[in-house]
Design a protein around this ligand. Structure first.
Ligand code: PAF
Length: 305
């Protein structure tokens, strides 16, 4: 019998994971922020489409408000925003997931893994970095708008069998999963990708692929890229040319996708800008570097909040 999964967060990525896990026959519960959200998810089937125009796949997911859920000892996929991971949240998570449990954070940005490890001693923390694109097109409807991949890593702190269990589960659900041997580097790489794609798509209100469509947008992306790479290089990131190519590849693979930051702006939610470009600006300041593009991106996106 497969181990149970719980997805904490009923946003687009959470529903994509839950929908694909359920379609692969995995027992999976969705923990939502409020009881009202859980009731709505329980009212109807979850409809998942792999691409625009493709047939909808129907699955039932059970949802429960996360402060009403009983303690759970399976695999917990955390898809709430990095900004949600504050003290009260971490205390509640520690009640929900007793020692021995496995927590898989999917957040953008960096800094959250340390906070989770500190708040959850005795649990295995398997970090997930994803470039999958998902868009929620209705309360119970989600579309897989860009096939990316999921990199899993743990810095040697999680038990290898728990890392394997998460890898197996996500592969079974049809995701491309890779094990990262250089988690720290991969987190910085993902931070760089998000620091370029997310604010530009949110400010200009364009899908990811549209960044590549005009020389002006490309020049904007390149300036933000150069500055951000410069800051992260001061923290050990390497491979400037490969990373610029990686950004173009993500834009192509997720061309029709509205980035998570644009989706937040569209829905009137606070974005993760402070954990992405705000974080880069703080990292720059700590090394006496200037990061005007990142400061400006942060200010502009905050002005849209
Ligand atoms: O935040 C996002 O939307 C995603 O991380 C990415 C890779 C930019 C694709 O949309």
């Amino acid at each position: 019998m497969d181990e149970k999964a719980a997805v904490l967060g009923g946003g687009s990525l959470g529903l994509l994971l839950a929908g694909k896990l359920r379609a692969a026959g995995r027992d999976c519960v969705v923990w939502t922020r409020t009881r009202e959200q859980a009731d709505k998810l329980n009212e109807e089937d979850l409809l998942l489409t792999e691409a625009e125009g493709a047939p909808e796949r129907r699955s039932t997911v059970s949802a429960v408000a996360w402060d009403e859920a009983p303690p759970f000892s399976g695999i917990v996929l955390l898809t709430v925003k990095q900004t949600a991971l504050e003290e009260r949240f971490l205390r509640r998570l520690a009640e929900l997931v007793p020692p021995g449990g496995t927590v898989v954070p999917f957040q953008n940005g960096i800094g959250h893994v340390e906070a989770l490890r500190e708040a959850l001693p005795g649990r295995d923390v398997v970090v997930a970095l994803t470039t999958e694109g998902a868009l929620r097109t209705g309360m119970n409807r989600v579309r897989h708008t860009g096939r990316g991949d999921i990199r899993l890593g743990d810095d040697g702190l999680a038990r290898p069998e728990r890392l394997e269990a998460v890898e197996r589960m996500l592969k079974q659900a049809g995701f491309s999963v890779f094990l990262s041997k250089m988690l720290d580097n991969d987190m910085k790489r993902k931070l760089l990708i998000n620091a370029v794609i997310n604010p530009i798509t949110a400010i200009l209100r364009i899908p990811n692929g549209a960044i590549l469509e005009s020389p002006e947008r490309l020049a904007l992306a390149e300036s933000l890229f150069r500055e951000t790479y410069g800051v992260l290089a001061a923290y050990g990131l390497e491979g400037e040319a490969e990373l610029w190519d990686a950004i173009a590849r993500v834009c192509e693979a997720t061309a029709g996708n509205r980035s998570s930051m644009l989706q937040d702006i569209d829905a009137g939610r606070t974005t993760e800008i402070d954990s992405i470009n705000g974080m880069i600006a703080r990292m720059a300041a700590a090394k006496n570097l200037d990061a005007p593009w990142n400061r400006m991106a942060t200010a502009l996106v905050k002005a849209l909040h």
